[in-house]
Design a protein around this ligand. Structure first.
Ligand SMILES: NC(=O)c1ccc[n+]([C@@H]2O[C@H](COP(=O)([O-])OP(=O)(O)OC[C@H]3O[C@@H](n4cnc5c(N)ncnc54)[C@H](OP(=O)(O)O)[C@@H]3O)[C@@H](O)[C@H]2O)c1
Length: 291
């Protein structure tokens, strides 16, 4: 039976298009498995996908799913790779065609610098919004400074930012609340930091070594409060009232099933307090592009 209410989770699709992730041993998901994941997600209330032109075959995997399942069309958020020319209309038509949909839920600039470099194309994108080909315009950001600048920008509807057990309210301060009070739609990503929270703390990779103490603290809270790391990580993001949607990626159907099962976990104030006492002195350590 189809789930009636819409999930707060947005399914990430980078794993369907390329080899991705710090903890990934299986590589890119096969197209067949991606279709099973998409079907299970749709039937269980996840109605929005996060994708990007640079996620390898992700657009075509989604497009093929839509072609085979015309009654299970997702709302799709995609991102420009970079915009070196002015053919915005042509590009959007290509994306719609690849994805097999009539309208994009949102088009995002893949980074704040990408947005700044391509502001000259904004008017064309706004025109597409006016004629209904795109519902929202957004930017994928990383730092609080970028969020502050985006808050002041009336052309931007969606801010996508990292948020998780380590990149938590302690690090973000009141910037998310501020963005929400200015009417921005907030999407978080990196809920599981690419699976880093599940890594063995004695792992030899640079990022695990750098964040060993913090991953150890997460393990301790999980043991003390008898809550799995998965439930704690998803529960913490999903309970944030100023975050509209939480993007989560998976490598398998099994992971998606567990994530959906964990969706309604309630985490206690005491657990939240402990999570937010974890302070990261060097936020660059949380940025996967620097790992
Ligand atoms: N700048 C941007 O705009 C940007 C950047 C990055 C990502 N994204 C988007 O965000 C999405 C999510 O990527 P992310 O980096 O934020 O990853 P994430 O959602 O924090 O982590 C996803 C990874 O966690 C692991 N995982 C998921 N469910 C699990 C479960 N139940 N049990 C154990 N492990 C589990 C899997 O990795 P393992 O199995 O390998 O451990 C999975 O690939 C992407 O698909 C993409 O759409 C956007």
């Amino acid at each position: 039976m189809l789930k009636a209410t819409e999930s707060k989770i947005i399914l990430g699709t980078v794993q369907m298009g390329i080899n991705y992730g710090i903890n990934n041993t299986t590589g890119k998901i096969t197209d067949k498995d991606s279709h099973s994941i998409l079907e299970y997600a749709f039937d269980n209330g996840i109605k929005t996908l996060d994708t990007a032109k640079v996620y390898g075959s992700a657009h075509s995997v989604i497009g093929e799913f839509h072609k085979n399942n015309p009654h299970k069309k997702f709302k799709v958020i995609t991102k420009f790779p970079n915009i070196a020319d002015d053919n915005i209309h042509v590009k959007i038509d290509i994306y719609l065609n690849e994805l097999n949909i009539n309208k994009l839920y949102a088009i995002l600039f893949h980074s704040y610098s990408n947005y700044e470099e391509n502001k000259n194309n904004l008017n064309s994108i706004i025109k597409l919004k006016k004629i209904g080909k795109i519902k929202y315009i957004g930017v994928s950001v990383y730092t609080n400074e970028e969020i502050e600048k985006t808050i002041l920008d009336k052309n931007i509807d969606i801010i996508q930012m990292p948020f998780n057990l380590l990149d938590n309210n302690n690090l973000r301060g009141n910037v998310i609340e501020k963005a929400k009070s200015k009417g921005k739609i907030i999407h978080s990503r990196s809920a599981l930091l690419q699976g880093l929270f599940f890594k063995n703390i004695n792992d030899n990779t640079k990022v695990v070594k750098n964040l060993k103490n913090e991953i150890e603290l997460i393990n301790k809270i999980s043991l003390r409060d008898k809550i799995s790391i998965l439930k704690m990580a998803l529960g913490y993001c999903l309970k944030q009232k100023n975050i509209d949607n939480v993007i989560v990626g998976v490598d398998s159907l099994d992971q998606l099933i567990h994530n959906i099962e964990s969706e309604n976990t309630i985490i206690t104030d005491n657990t939240v307090k402990s999570i937010e006492s974890i302070l990261i002195n060097n936020p660059n350590l949380l940025n996967p592009s620097r790992w």
